[in-house]
Write a protein that binds this ligand. Structure first.
Ligand SMILES: [Zn+2]
Length: 485
């Protein structure tokens, strides 16, 4: 049996799903805490008790370790780590990206991963730095693809093998590679070599890379964003269609005395209070943690709880159809995340193609909301409205007479646009909550009126609006009759 992935619920391009690996099932989105056997800040059994159903460890560390190699070979990885959930192993690619060389071949690491009982095996792909030129990326991508093909030959088609996706910053290469891996039958695809982007807050480029990869990867594949561990960016990454993350951040940040929150990290030394409701923060003061000999473990536990809680929050948001609101909230925590969010909104067509039709609600949260998939989807829907020869779009919702014989009357709800009164209670019109109308939302709504005009070119359309909106309507919709009341 290969790795299987079942999608249960969707919102934007995010999914709640079930990843089945052998007898183990993992609810996604999920976070795989990174475990270093030499320095387990939180021991794996404790990770399981905290709610981690899967972990990731580095096979290369076991391979090179005089202490762990034989133990792992004779007792198996699960026994050595004391973890009965899913264990994914990285191959040594990480060391390759840091040191430029590893003392293991692709075949050797794959056979070793298999021998120690890894649940998800990764070939020795080349994590090409995102700033590499195209020639380098192409050359290294060819080597990676050769190694993936070799992995298939060495382990057979039923092996629990991940197909890592490289391609640097080149969207066409990422997309082609995603398609090629899908054609090869991979159902588990880590998007690789994006850590340098995340480390330097290059979220706009991260969005371009991931969306390009997603255009190629079959939608039925589970997508792992390799090396993503900061909870502030999970909502954005899930909205793009990433299902798995792996975090070394909870432990690395703890060692550096950093305290994770969903809107960034803080230095423990600068904290006078602990703004979190986890059991550690409720029963300890910052000063007690600073002075504790157990300081790193306490911080790491808090960091991991925050990270796992964010995953739970994302699950709920997908179920409710409110993921856009969570993305909006999180991405306002850092200007570069906001750039990433805007880049995602810029791919309206790709995003709305897979977004669900009905959701719990639409809360307007500022001009970015005008670009959300609910709005672009609604604008597409408008092309199905038939107006007749004479039609009215009225900003004021009234059932009274308009003094003119119209074949059809539409009401207006920004940022969506015109709607037939009978759709008044359907999504998104009926479930949208707006503050006082502003220019941006009315302009977006005018786009909806333009869509109505385009799909009904014979219609003589009048827009009836208050005097404050006349200049905007005149600017946005050329040649329309405006009746300012
Ligand atoms: Zn806490």
């Amino acid at each position: 049996m290969t790795i299987s992935f079942e999608i249960l619920d969707e919102d934007i391009n995010g999914r709640c799903g079930r990843l089945k690996v052998g007898d183990n099932v993992l609810k996604t989105p999920a976070l795989l805490p990174v475990v270093n056997p030499h320095l387990p800040v939180i021991p794996p059994p404790e990770l399981k008790a905290m709610g981690a159903g899967a972990i990731i460890t580095n096979a290369y560390i076991f391979y090179r370790s005089s202490e762990f190699r034989e133990q792992a070979l004779s007792r198996g990885l699960h026994d050595v780590l004391g973890f009965d959930g899913i264990i994914m192993t990285d191959s040594g690619s990480f060391q390759l990206s840091v040191y430029g060389d590893v003392e293991v071949t692709n075949r050797e690491t794959l056979l070793f991963q298999k021998a120690i009982g890894s649940d998800i095996l990764v070939p020795l792909d080349i994590p090409t730095h995102p700033d590499s030129d195209r020639d380098t990326v192409v050359k290294e991508l060819e080597i990676t693809m050769d190694r993936i093909r070799e992995a298939r030959e060495v382990l057979g088609p039923e092996a629990h093998l991940a197909g890592p996706l490289q391609g640097g910053l080149f969207s066409d290469l990422r997309e082609e590679t995603g398609r090629a891996l899908g054609d090869m039958g991979f159902t588990f695809t880590p998007v690789g070599a994006v850590v340098p982007l995340m480390e330097s807050y290059r979220y706009r480029e991260l969005v371009e890379v991931v969306l390009a990869a997603k255009r190629g990867i079959p939608s039925s594949s589970c997508v792992h964003l390799f090396g993503a561990g900061h909870p502030a960016m999970f909502a954005l990454a899930v909205a793009m269609g990433c299902d798995l993350f792996d975090s070394a951040a909870y432990a690395l940040y703890a060692k550096e005395g950093r305290y994770l929150t969903t809107h960034g990290s803080m230095k423990l030394d600068e904290l006078s209070d602990l703004p979190c409701s986890c059991e550690i923060c409720r029963h300890t003061t910052p000063d007690e943690i600073r002075k504790s000999p157990d300081r790193i473990r306490l911080l790491a536990r808090h960091n991991l709880i925050v990270t796992l809680s964010e995953i739970a929050r994302i699950h709920q948001a997908i179920t409710d159809g409110t993921l856009w609101e969570l993305v909006d909230e999180r991405c306002r925590g850092h200007p570069e995340l906001l750039r990433g969010y805007r880049a995602l909104l810029g791919h309206g067509e790709q995003i709305s193609a897979r977004d669900r039709i009905s959701k719990r609600r639409f809360f307007y949260r500022g001009s970015e909301s005008c670009l959300r998939s609910e709005v672009t989807r609604y604008h597409d829907l408008i092309s199905r409205f038939f107006t007749g020869r004479r039609a009215l779009v009225s900003f004021e919702r009234t059932s009274g007479s308009f003094g003119e014989p119209y074949d059809s009357v539409f009401w207006f709800r920004p940022p969506f646009g015109p709607y037939p009164p009978e759709l008044h209670e359907t999504f998104p019109i009926g479930q949208s909550e707006l503050p006082d109308w502003d220019d941006d939302m009315v302009r977006a709504g005018c786009k909806g009126i333009r869509a109505l005009i385009t799909s009904n070119p014979e219609c003589d359309l009048t827009v009836r609006c208050g005097p404050e909106w006349v200049p905007v309507v005149r600017q946005e919709i050329q040649g329309v009759t405006i009746d300012g009341y």
